[in-house]
Design a protein around this ligand. Structure first.
Ligand SMILES: [Zn+2]
Length: 501
């Protein structure tokens, strides 16, 4: 039920005139850092913050009091999952290469195909964007798996995604992912890279023209970002041209590297160096680069990130469940590396991700005070903004865009609440997100979005995913049936062989 005081707002609309938001806590930015303001006030007008502080001295058209809540800058997600998460299938069913996560030679020879229709590809992005808003994320750089794709991502699905972001009210940094190579499974556990240079360059050309057409659309919500897939699936020529294009377009580049054992082996075999060292030797590291996830970065790799201003997209939840972690959040910060946060999974629960970031850093450093809640909160706001080259998001101060998340502190799960940041990080759940404004527009309120019913959409998401699941044998080693690929967590008791007792 929508509380009475929120009736002054309409989902999907930016309120006319000055709107004042207040709550028990406001996180406002001044003198270089976030500050907690008890019973503070934020005033926004025309999508911009015009006041952030204790008491606004001027007139306003309306005043909205969220009560026991924190009014925070919206969260920034540098690797925001934009499909239906296929990792769920292998969480308890390993190894991934045996379960459709590496293309077997037989699938490559048969001819890889798109396992979703164009409509399904467009729908899953809209659904994923909805989940991001539900979790207080106001800025997202979408990421999706390429395993079920024919090759890279398509312009058509990204045009639909840009419109979905504009219609739902989510700030996005995106373009279709491209690659010049893939990994093929030749025998159990034996993966080899294969390359198709032309295809990679074509993907880059498509991405560049997408950005030229789309950057700035939907009132500035749609922004360009080049997304070559992974360092080991890109050739030097493709990456050189990508970095040059990013400079021409003045946009960022996200490239996965230093993120896995298979990548390290492949890079050693192909180039005799780690991804970051290979990139550095060709002058390709710069502050334009956002590098998820750095869990397998050597000390020298991290030194290079620091020296060249590369940002890390940190996704501790996804890394930890695969048995790895960044070594470490605090050590990287001490080196001077900028860190932004990335959920990279569904649900895209950034608060849960921050808790995991706190836990894994303290485990890595073997110290209970190695990192504080505010350090993680900084990464999810200021760090993400810096990675994207923006100073007008991730903070609430005059002149910033009005990208705001309101987190309830009166939820039983957040009780007792003392310090709002500590409480939210420790609570580890984005389900307490009450409202989200993007560019001053109300994009989410009490779990509802403008023009998109998440509960109805859930049914379509499930049936679409079931359809994908049925196709898994096609691209799995020796093509076993689905039941053999993904075992149930416990034996199924179907009742067929029940005995009388
Ligand atoms: Zn990732």
């Amino acid at each position: 039920m929508t509380p009475d005081f929120l009736h002054a707002l309409t989902l999907g609309k930016r309120p006319e005139g000055r709107t004042l938001l207040t709550a028990d806590w406001v996180l406002a930015w001044r003198d270089g850092s976030h500050h907690l303001v008890p019973r503070g006030e934020i005033v926004m007008e025309n999508g911009e913050v015009v006041f952030a502080g204790k008491t606004f001295p001027g007139e306003v058209a309306r005043r909205i009091d969220f009560g026991t809540a924190l009014i925070s800058p919206g969260l920034i997600d540098l690797d925001a999952l934009s499909d239906l998460d296929t990792y769920t299938l292998v969480l308890d069913n390993q190894p991934g290469w045996a379960r459709g996560r590496i293309w077997p030679r037989s699938y490559v020879e048969r001819g890889p195909y798109e396992m979703y229709s164009p409509d399904e590809l467009a729908f899953q992005k809209r659904f994923a964007f909805g989940l991001l808003l539900l979790n207080g994320i106001t800025t997202a750089a979408p990421i999706a798996s390429l395993y079920y794709r024919q090759w890279g991502e398509t312009v058509a699905e990204f045009e639909a995604a840009a419109d979905a972001a504009g219609e739902l009210g989510l700030r996005v940094f995106l373009s279709p992912a491209f690659r010049s190579g893939g990994t093929v499974l030749e025998a159990p556990g034996r993966m080899v890279p294969v390359f198709d240079e032309e295809r990679g360059l074509l993907g880059l050309r498509d991405a560049v023209s997408f950005i030229e057409r789309q950057h700035g659309r939907h009132g500035g919500l749609v922004n360009g970002l080049l997304a070559p897939d992974r360092v080991e699936t890109c050739t030097l020529e493709l990456l050189e041209r990508t970095m040059a294009a990013a400079s021409d377009l003045d946009c960022r580049v996200r490239l996965h590297m230093a993120q896995g054992a298979m990548e390290l082996e492949t890079m050693q075999r192909l180039h005799g160096a780690t991804g970051p060292q290979w990139m550095a030797s060709h002058g390709l590291l710069s502050e334009r680069l956002i590098a998820p996830h750095a869990t397998h970065a050597a000390t020298r790799d991290l030194d290079l990130y620091a020296a060249h201003g590369v940002s890390i997209a940190h996704s501790p939840l996804v890394s930890a469940r695969m048995g790895s972690m960044l070594h470490s959040f605090s050590a990287c910060r001490k080196l001077g590396i900028n860190i932004g946060m990335a959920t990279d999974t569904a649900p895209p629960d950034m608060l849960m991700n921050l808790l995991m970031g706190l836990v894994t850093c303290r485990i890595s450093e073997k110290k209970p005070d190695a990192v504080l809640s505010a350090d993680l909160f900084d990464a999810a706001t200021l760090g993400g903004a810096k990675a994207l080259g923006r100073t007008d998001i991730g903070r609430l101060c005059p002149g910033a865009r009005a990208d705001i998340a309101v987190f309830r502190l009166d939820d039983p799960h957040m009780t007792p609440s003392v310090d709002p940041i500590t409480t939210l990080v420790l609570g580890g759940s984005g389900k307490v997100t009450q409202a989200v404004f993007v560019d001053g527009r109300l994009s989410m309120l009490e779990g509802k979005l403008a023009g998109f019913d998440m509960h109805e959409a859930r049914k379509q998401a499930q049936s679409q995913f079931d359809g994908l699941l049925a196709k898994y044998p096609d691209r799995s080693w020796e093509h076993p049936p689905v039941e053999a690929l993904f075992s149930p967590s416990y034996p199924l008791w179907t009742g067929k062989d029940d005995k009388e007792c």
